[in-house]
Ligand binder design. Structure first.
Ligand code: FAD
Length: 513
């Protein structure tokens, strides 16, 4: 009876969905999913939702969504697809919070695993000399923060936005203003549990199955599905002094940033923004920065077309406020910002880390959150960032194009070169994010065109950029992205996911029918 029901669902589904014939798996393969003994279940009504992401630019419906009740459910499903071998075109995509930009968490005609349903891996905080938390791969970072703060602890390295999943950001890198000091999130993981493309459940760490451990970190989901991560913690501060200052020239802006990220005594968080023909840089959509002197901030005026904003924080507990003031004074006195542009505010650690969410709530209320987001994220070597800035901020872009532009340096020594992330070959490099919201009739086309111009210029001028959250669709592009590491990347794929079942939305490897 069960099987018959599955067949019926399947016929209905094949009739209704927009799956191309190229992606249609053989009926018996899909129907056989119904025979798997699961703690969770497959669903078929939510296929359109699994074909959407934050980018809002790609939609590839799967044929089934797995809501795993256990890690074994994920392993059984992947194993089942693996054993079908070349008789099936089914692929499997782990979906974190679906905050990819160009369909990376989708699986055209395949199975999407909704990782947030994986509630069997309970979050556990382990205080002590080297504290850590064990969290499910489908856990949102905001939940990790809420839980660990109960113990006075918190992860060391963050993303700007916390409504992303542990497995999703660890598959990329996870970067923010703490990266210069602690490295990206992938530098702060002690152990992973992974379901490989063969359906094996493997625990790995720098000591145990270390190749898989490093492969999965920044591995774009290619080598396995992260079902649990052990994340290093540190004592959490109660408060944060949050500061913004403006620069009129790129040179002093970047020199000060580089000085700050290499100093021993420095801020706890350092990021920068670029503002082109725009007002309100002290108070942009990406954060809820409300300076103590809002009137003065709104009156700040200059005739410069391009401005640079340095954003810094210092953590403190109320009883140490005096020391914090002295340290900040000493640091600020070394910087060359425009003096009337210094603004600050004190907020709780939670308010600071969850700052983008407050903006999300406001944008959602105006219907401006679920719009297309043709974002472009780049990694640029220090030696070419000035050439890049001159052309891109001075010529290609005429304004901010409806979104923030981030630009801040990090130290390569805080990254582990055994992971799958590719980086420029320099000790300091810049993370540069163009984060537009496409609003209005020609906005998507216009933005994609600007993104192309930026990439084309970078290639022509040999800037040596790498894309972060990379978006390529052909093998030559991926080969160029990985450069000398392509062979090793391919070798790892062969070892852990030889049939190319996992994360098809990255469009790196194609499952051969
Ligand atoms: P998804 O988009 O669902 O998945 C991303 C990829 O990882 C897919 O290929 C998917 O198949 C794979 N995947 C998902 N879960 C797993 C798993 N458990 N195991 C293996 N593979 C998996 N990134 C930063 O580094 N820094 C930032 O400051 C930052 N800010 C952001 C702000 C916003 C508003 C948004 C929308 C994104 C931001 N990002 C940032 C990007 C973010 O890191 C990516 O969107 C990332 O994909 C995480 O999103 P997700 O958890 O929804 O994963």
């Amino acid at each position: 009876k069960q099987l018959l029901l599955q067949y019926l669902k399947l016929f209905l589904l094949l009739g209704l969905s927009r799956v191309t014939t190229e992606h249609v798996p053989k009926y018996d393969v899909l129907a056989s999913l119904g025979t798997l003994p699961l703690d969770g279940h497959f669903s078929f009504h939510d296929l359109p939702a699994a074909a959407r992401d934050f980018g809002n630019l790609s939609s590839f419906p799967p044929v089934a969504v797995l809501h795993p009740g256990s890690v074994a459910d994920i392993a059984r499903t992947v194993r089942h697809v693996f054993l079908m071998g070349e008789h099936s075109t089914l692929t499997v995509a782990a979906r974190g919070h679906g905050h990819s930009l160009y369909g990376q968490s989708q699986a055209a005609g395949g199975i999407v695993i909704r990782m947030e349903s994986l509630q069997s891996v309970k979050m556990q905080v382990h205080p002590g000399a080297s504290p850590y938390v064990d969290a499910s791969g489908g856990e949102l970072w905001i939940n990790v923060l809420n839980k660990t703060l109960k113990y006075g602890l918190a992860p060391k390295s963050w993303t700007d936005y916390l409504h992303l999943t542990v497995g999703g950001t660890l598959s990329n890198a996870g970067v923010s203003g703490q990266t210069f000091r602690h490295g990206p999130q992938i530098s702060n993981v002690n152990e992973l549990e992974i379901v490989t493309g063969r359906g094996d459940i493997i625990t790995c760490s720098p000591e145990q199955n270390s190749d898989l451990f490093h492969a999965a970190l920044g591995g774009l989901g290619q080598f396995g599905i992260i079902t649990r991560a052990r994340i290093a913690l540190e004592p959490a501060p109660q408060m944060v002094r949050w500061i913004r200052v403006l620069y009129l020239d790129f040179m002093s802006f970047t020199e000060d940033q580089e000085m700050l990220i290499s100093a021993e005594k420095t801020f706890d968080y350092i990021e920068g923004f670029v503002s082109i023909n725009r007002t309100g840089i002290l108070n942009n959509w990406r954060s809820s920065f409300n300076p103590q002197d809002p009137e003065r901030a709104s009156q700040f005026e200059t005739d410069r077309k391009v401005l640079f904003c340095l954003e810094m924080t210092k953590n403190f507990n109320p009883e140490e406020a005096d020391i914090m003031e002295q340290e900040i004074h000493a640091l600020l006195s070394q910087l060359r910002y425009t003096p009337p542009s210094l603004f600050h505010t004190d907020v709780t650690y939670m308010e600071f880390l969850d700052r983008v969410h407050s903006s999300e709530i406001k944008l959602r209320a105006k219907g401006l959150w679920e719009v297309p987001h043709p974002w472009l994220n780049l990694i640029i070597p220090r030696s070419t960032v000035h050439t890049f800035a001159k052309q891109v901020f001075g010529k290609i872009l005429e304004d901010n194009n409806n979104g923030p532009i981030l630009l801040y340096p990090v130290n390569k020594s805080r990254w582990d070169n055994r992971t799958s992330v590719v980086l420029p070959d320099e000790e300091v490099f810049y993370l540069v994010g163009f984060l537009p919201s496409a609003i209005g009739p020609h906005s998507i086309k216009r933005t994609l065109n600007l993104n192309n111009q930026i990439i084309e210029f970078s290639n022509k001028a040999s800037i040596g950029v790498k894309q972060y959250l990379p978006n390529y669709s052909t093998e030559p592009e991926w080969k160029a992205h990985y450069g000398a590491r392509w062979d090793a990347f391919q070798q790892r794929k062969n070892t852990y996911d030889p049939l190319a079942i996992l994360a098809p939305g990255q469009r790196i490897f194609q499952k051969t029918p």
